[in-house]
Write a protein that binds this ligand. Structure first.
Ligand SMILES: NC(=O)c1ccc[n+]([C@@H]2O[C@H](COP(=O)([O-])OP(=O)(O)OC[C@H]3O[C@@H](n4cnc5c(N)ncnc54)[C@H](OP(=O)(O)O)[C@@H]3O)[C@@H](O)[C@H]2O)c1
Length: 284
């Protein structure tokens, strides 16, 4: 059953239109962050009547991505007369779901605390998720390679396997650095408890030091980009939705990391931040 006739799931022509906007329009929107100083989330969250509680906002803005992708996988093949999808389509859809089971569901539950998220940031993230889930989902479900022969031409097996390896390495490293940020707040709560005070930790920031935090302030972003570069490698270099996803991630997260570095310098002083880069060692 179509949720929006011709669009959700999209016809091939409408898939082309949506993908064009996702490839070129959305990166331009994300890049506006270089011009607009305000970003109502995390460290740069400011008091507002339009703020949503961090945990609930995060979960509801991230879940639509993999739900949309699963909906495409469920509806489009039958609609396009495809009986069975090759294993590669299922594996790639599985990687997407594994990532978002963590990012959308577990992550907000694991965080010791999360700053409020402005409704505008929440709505833009939903737009990001639905566009991404639609484009990747439609490609995997019907408009990309859907036969064993098409996959032989799309991605040689060793490249697919290497892509999976890179994906899992990026996922593990992303988790490791997320975990280091969580540990800062847990340590603070333990210190408060040891002093006999109320357990806090919420809103407490330190300069993280473990792993790649020694060199960059946002290694969790870098590792997530590596993860999706692995996905792109497995999907094949001509997979336009996987390229669009990676480009959109970098366009929306890079200005945030650069702004984040300025925040660390302002809060802790340039001497404490030292020679740490924002996100890519030696570049930014
Ligand atoms: N932001 C995006 O556009 C985006 C897009 C795609 C994927 N992701 C991924 O989602 C994850 C979270 O992204 P994010 O932008 O929320 O990252 P972030 O700003 O680094 O914050 C991550 C979490 O750690 C806490 N935190 C951050 N810096 C801390 C510090 N110095 N000391 C103690 N706690 C600290 C934050 O608490 P507060 O909320 O209280 O600040 C938040 O709960 C990352 O792994 C990222 O790769 C983000």
């Amino acid at each position: 059953m179509a949720l929006i006739e011709g669009w959700l799931p999209p016809t091939r022509a409408n898939y082309g239109l949506i993908l064009t906007f996702w490839r070129f329009g959305y990166p331009a929107l994300g890049s506006l962050q270089w011009l607009v100083k305000w970003y109502g989330m995390g460290k740069t969250s400011t008091p507002s009547a339009l703020n949503l509680p961090g945990r609930a906002a995060w979960m509801t803005m991230e879940v639509p991505g993999f739900v949309t992708l699963l909906y495409m996988m469920r509806t489009l093949p039958a609609q396009q007369g495809i009986d069975d999808l090759p294993w590669q389509n299922r594996v790639l859809a599985g990687l997407f779901v594994i990532h978002y089971a963590y990012r959308a569901v577990l992550f907000p539950l694991l965080q010791p605390s999360m700053a409020p998220i402005h409704v505008f940031v929440w709505a833009s993230a939903i737009g990001f998720q639905v566009l991404n889930g639609t484009c990747l989902g439609a490609w995997l479900a019907a408009y990309g390679p859907t036969t064993a022969a098409a996959w032989s031409a799309q991605t040689p097996l060793p490249q697919f396997a290497l892509g999976l390896l890179v994906f899992y390495a990026g996922l593990a490293a992303n988790y490791f650095h997320d975990e280091e940020l969580r540990e800062i707040r847990r340590r603070k709560a333990r210190r408060d408890q040891a002093k006999g005070g109320k357990q806090r930790g919420g809103g407490h920031y330190e300069i993280p030091q473990a792993g790649l935090f020694r060199y960059v302030l946002f290694p969790h972003y870098l590792c997530e980009w590596i993860e999706w570069a692995g996905f792109l490698m497995a999907a094949g270099w001509t997979c336009a939705p996987a390229w669009a996803f990676l480009v959109n991630e970098v366009c929306s997260m890079l200005p945030r990391a650069v702004r984040g570095k300025a925040w660390y310098v302002e809060r802790f002083g340039a001497d404490k931040v030292g020679g740490k880069w924002a996100v890519i060692p030696g570049v930014w």
